[in-house]
Write a protein that binds this ligand. Sequence first.
Ligand code: F6R
Length: 607
Amino acid sequence: MCGIIAYSGHRPAVPVIIQGLKSLEYRGYDSSGLAFVHLNRIHLFRASGKLEALEARLDSGHVIHATSGIGHTRWATHGLPNEQNAHPHLDVNSDLALVHNGIIENFQELKDMLSGQGCTFRSETDTEVLVCLISFGLSQKGDLRQAVSWALSQVEGSYAFAMISRHHPGTVWAARQASPLIFGLGTGENFIASDIPAFLPFTRDVVFLEDNELVEMTPEKWTVFNARTLEPIEKKTQTISWDVQAARKGGYKHFMLKEIFEQPKVIRDCLAGRIQRHKNSISLPEIKDLPIPSRLHIIACGTSYHAGLWGKYLLEALAGIPVDVEIASEFRYKPLVPEKDKVYLTISQSGETADTLAALRLVREHGFPVLGLCNVVGSSLAREADHVIYTQAGPEISVASTKAMCSQLVLIFLLALYWAEKKRLLTGKDLENAITTLLSLPEALELELPDMRDRAASICKEYSNAQSFFFLGRGLFYPLALEGALKLKEISYIHAEGYAAGELKHGPIALIDPEFPTFAIAPCDGLLGKVKSNLKEIQARKGRIIALTQPGSGLMVDNEWKIPGQEGPASTFFILPALQLFAYETAVYLGKDVDQPRNLAKSVTVE
Ligand code: F6R
């Protein structure tokens, strides 16, 4: 989730690049850098921290001459946010400089191969491996375009990159695979960026690059090639009418909607490098030194707590590990009962939630190991936990958490499979099926999201007058019911309660009447029959029902909302966005401030 800008034109490039980087600041910052060619040499400037730190480093003597160059802002997904890891990275001869977003999954393999050829590395990054690979390709092929094409055929994973060469001042190469890259066309100048706002002050004419495309640009000319065959590709130019605010949101009306729609990519990024398809195995090197816990205690707040509750069902079912889940603000004020071999798992998007941090410190004072699941690299939680797994969801800007929860669930799923594999609780076939299902999710969800949004928008209108809502689910889907209720109340201000469906008859059902609707999560699993009975009890009291279900459920309710028929935990990754979209569309319909709901803060750093 970093930002890329590349420029080639008639203006001094560095101010254009700095301006571009500033406009990408909303994506989060922890280090930045830029490079350009002057006097047959690549000039490289990098700094950790805010962009001002980079600006302070720029040496004006050379900077004014450059009319092309590349820049990068880093929002670390792994690897510390320091200068050494900041982009651009150079090849071993300092002939090429490259900025990159994404994850090169087979970077270790490639690094070993290049080391065998005498290549040395200055950083730990996969990006340096990519630029060195291109350099190696150049030494073999003698032509840079061919070298890039060859290098890309060796690489597995996702990337968007831009590259310059000291031997070709004024030319920029760029390519993408599963990571956005947009080409901006000016007069006598051209741009490449990961997001449109980076060049919006200069041009509104854009070309959206697709996977497996390679672009070569100079101030006057640009060509898009098929990255494999190097055949030129005809591309359509589009004119963007968005203002800067809309462009930051990728054309979506709100950050929340953008982040909901980013979930397929989030799943892809979470899985990248963590599934070894050829070995039919899960790889989590972050916890290779952590013994398999005999008990796990999950501590978190809000949406992250719901992710933990969902995790309890999966970790117990797949990995046979008994799990307790507690709200951090409760946990921290109770006596801690020591239990041998217990591991504590703290979950937090921000890594700065005061209650979760206090719980983590308490546990560590008692000498128990803490595993942190966290989105923000270098956050307090990440620094203080004994082991940390980053969820790699990218900056979450909307106050209501959406894609962060999705990433937490993917990681918990992987954790459960990882420990189950270590304990030999799964057959090779089970693991293969789970891996195939996980890998198929991003594409399936991508296809489904637009229809889900339309369905949410049409159903919510019928219920927008409701004062209160129940959200019901059983098993794995009970925590999702809690999350559905939380999302609805926090952004639409409609009172909503999540319940385990079987619990309704123990009191809450007294509230049901025609004005008090229920949102039921009822996928076709072994508990569907039970949920059906619960819904009959509601219908007997004239309660209206929306049911999120799958084909063949045979449910007879007011609004049946069918999602794809994924089995078991995989259906979560369709149910969660449906709940998020229902809350989102309701809030929009009611005219609420979706991205900044009243009384809330993104990071709760107070008790
Ligand atoms: C709800 C929401 C909050 C957070 C909670 C914990 O949409 O965002 O409930 O989940 O404040 O925050 P983190 O995960 O940063 O510890």
